[in-house]
Structures are given as structure tokens and as C-alpha cells.
Design a binder for this molecule. Structure first.
Ligand code: ZN
Length: 186
């Protein structure tokens, strides 16, 4: 069951990249999920001036984002996609919106669409495997499994990648109609 997030924070986190893909600014909500609120400012200050590698994991993910930013600038188009970014007991659905801005800057916004609080369950033996950065599934013994719909356990990520389904969807979005991806949420 998905629950409304109307009264929970953060609704939205964004960052702005300059023409060299350096972080020019981030929203005040950056780091708001940190346990101590005063970390937010120091986290914000620590990322401005840096690059994607400071907070995005996985070479394939960073490679895709670089391609996406180039595409947005070149085509001067907005790109949207849904992705999961789960908490330990909370599947969370986000929408990423990438918009070209003046002077070849890029605005990247992450909006929380829904989250589902699941009761905490005992942890079984840990599973280790690559994790898809879009759908949050893990590749366990060559099968992509959602930790919230499969047998619950302690899933440990060994590598941040894209699963074949998400890779196809993301790639086709760049050459076809990226805006259509947003319809998944309706
Ligand atoms: Zn995936």
C-alpha cells in the first residue's frame, strides 16, 4: 500500500550543474534526511564545487548521467524518469527531472512521489549482489529481486549498476520520447 507523502520531508531535492558538470548549487533540503539537521549545511557546503562522483555511485550510473546531461543540453529538452531509492524498511518512489538551463547549466530535481512504511522484520542471512540504481532490485544468483517483495533479508550491495530492464528503458527514453516515461506514475 502506498501512502501519501504530503506532510513528510523532503518533498524535493535538487542540484544545479554548471557547464563543466560541477555542482554550482544544491537545494536547502540537501542532506535533510541526515539524522542530525545541522549536518544539512555542512553537507551542502561540501558538495558545491564538486562533481557527480562525490555522491553518485557506480561507473555505469555516472556514465549514463553524463550522456543524459549532454543530451539535455544538445536537444534542449527536459528528461523525466521514475526510480526507487529505498530506506531500510521503506520502499520510496522518486521522479528525477532533468532540465536544461541558461549558460549550459542543468537542473536535476528529485521529487518524492510515494513511500510505503513496512513493518520492520527480522533479518535473515545476508544476500550480496549488484543493485540496480533505478528499480532498487538486487541481482541474486542471476535473478533480479525486489527486497520488499521477495524473501526479506539483509541485502548488501556489491556494485551499483542498471538492470537490463531499466537500461533498456533509460536508453530508449533518450532516443525516443523521454517525457513518456513520466506516464508510469499516473
Ligand atoms: Zn532496474
Amino acid at each position: 500500500m502506498q501512502t501519501s507523502v504530503a506532510n513528510s520531508k523532503p518533498h524535493s531535492v535538487y542540484y544545479i550543474l554548471d557547464s563543466f558538470d560541477r555542482i554550482a548549487d544544491v537545494s536547502d533540503t540537501w542532506g535533510e534526511t541526515a539524522p542530525e539537521s545541522d549536518q544539512s549545511k555542512s553537507l551542502k557546503n561540501s558538495v558545491v564545487g564538486g562533481g557527480l562522483r562525490d555522491f553518485v555511485k557506480g561507473d555505469e550510473v555516472i556514465g549514463f548521467l553524463n550522456t543524459l546531461f549532454f543530451w539535455c543540453r544538445f536537444e534542449n529538452r527536459v528528461y523525466e524518469t521514475l526510480y526507487r531509492c529505498d530506506g531500510p524498511d521503506t520502499p520510496r518512489l522518486f521522479r528525477m527531472i532533468v532540465q536544461p538551463r541558461p549558460d549550459e547549466h542543468i537542473l536535476v530535481e528529485h521529487r518524492l512521489i510515494s513511500q510505503t512504511q513496512r513493518p520492520s522484520m527480522g533479518r535473515a542471512a545476508p544476500f550480496f549482489g549488484p543493485k540496480c540504481s533505478i528499480c532498487c532490485r538486487y541481482n541474486i544468483d542471476s535473478v533480479w529481486v525486489d527486497p520488499f517483495t521477495s524473501a526479506r533479508g539483509d541485502y548488501q550491495v556489491t556494485e551499483h549498476v542498471f538492470c537490463p530492464d531499466c537500461r533498456d528503458r533509460l536508453s530508449s527514453g533518450l532516443v525516443a520520447k523521454p517525457d513518456d516515461l513520466a506516464k508510469d506514475a499516473s
